[in-house]
Write a protein that binds this ligand. Structure first.
Ligand SMILES: [Zn+2]
Ligand SMILES: [Zn+2]
Length: 319
């Protein structure tokens, strides 16, 4: 196999399409794909401030790196936004790498934490969860709290969009999980851009890596010198997501192209659902904290109560 464009030594092989690209042409192709995704789906408009939610993993770092590179050409500003969940043996390493990286590319980084807002680290919350026999998984709670804080903080710094590093594999995994749980409302809501004009306090979310495979992002990040320590979150073993991920990867390796088919199917089903009763329902306001919520009380306030966290609701309502 040689590079499809120039015949040089290949660095990436597209099994489903049956071609390979050399280093230069792979990087060019990847960057063009992300750039065109932003333009074609109007993810960012001129003059916007985009907060990139960075976990410190390769996907979010690549998103930060590329948005920063495109910011001048497309006339927008970028800021990194990180959440310290308080996961010992994981978060401190990723945060260090993140600080170095943001420094290196000259992007401002804002860090907020569970401890600061919820008065407990995720490790402390998991302790309570174990006492409650793990009725909820750590990842469920972490995801709810992270989304809440990122939205709140992004709004606070005046960002008009939140960009996340979700890639094609993430989208397909979440789609399958939603299918397996019959989460039709979620399927109707998910997409490359969400939360537009839904609630005055909800900052819309965009996913510039929507059409990039996990392996492509990994290859691109390595080839571009984007470094991140390989430490996995200690709670990954509890995640249903991890099982779905392994399963799809196995099926894809036997049948290249399955992931792309699933993404196409997801778009189709999601469009159909959006125009049905599953796409209805407006985002309301949480009666406790005043943040956007699909029910009377948001999931964050529900979990604060469930975990018995002593955090000041009044204070949060004023933010
Ligand atoms: Zn080439
Ligand atoms: Zn609430």
């Amino acid at each position: 196999m040689k590079c499809l464009v120039c015949g040089d030594k290949p660095v990436y092989h597209y099994r489903d399409f049956g071609f390979s690209l050399c280093r230069k042409h792979f990087i060019e192709w990847f960057e063009k794909k992300v750039f065109e995704t932003i333009k074609r789906f109007k993810l960012i408009r001129p003059g916007e401030l985009v907060a990139v939610a960075v976990s410190g993993g390769k996907d979010s770092l690549t998103t930060l790196y590329l948005l920063n590179r495109f910011s001048e050409k497309l006339d927008f500003k970028v800021i990194g936004l990180a959440v310290d969940e308080g996961i010992k043996g994981y978060r401190e390493y990723k945060l260090d790498a993140l600080r170095n990286f943001a420094n290196k590319i000259g992007v401002e980084l804002v860090i907020t934490s569970f401890k600061e807002y919820f008065n407990a680290t995720l490790d402390e919350m998991v302790h309570t969860l174990k006492e409650k026999r793990m009725e909820y998984k750590p990842c469920t709670i972490c995801g709810v709290f992270r989304r809440y804080l990122i939205n709140l903080k992004a709004r606070e710094i005046g960002a008009s969009k939140v960009a996340t590093g979700h890639n094609l594999d993430d989208e397909v995994q979440v789609f399958l999980m939603n299918m397996l749980r019959a989460g039709l409302r979620n399927i109707a809501r998910e997409g490359i851009i969400t939360g537009l004009h839904e609630h005055p306090k909800l900052v819309p979310r965009i996913k510039p890596l929507y059409f990039c495979r996990e392996k492509e992002v990994l290859a691109y990040s390595i080839l571009s010198g984007i470094e991140t320590p390989f430490v996995e979150c200690s709670y990954v073993v509890y995640a249903f997501r991890d099982k779905v991920r392994r399963w799809i990867n196995k099926v894809e390796s036997l049948n290249p192209g399955i992931k792309l088919n699933l993404l196409a199917l997801k778009e189709l089903i999601s469009n159909l659902l959006r125009n049905s009763k599953y796409g209805e329902g407006v985002i309301g306001t949480c009666q406790i904290c005043g943040e956007p919520s699909s029910g009377n009380i948001c999931k964050t306030c529900f979990f604060i109560d469930y975990l018995g966290l002593e955090t000041s609701m009044v204070l949060r309502k004023e933010i």
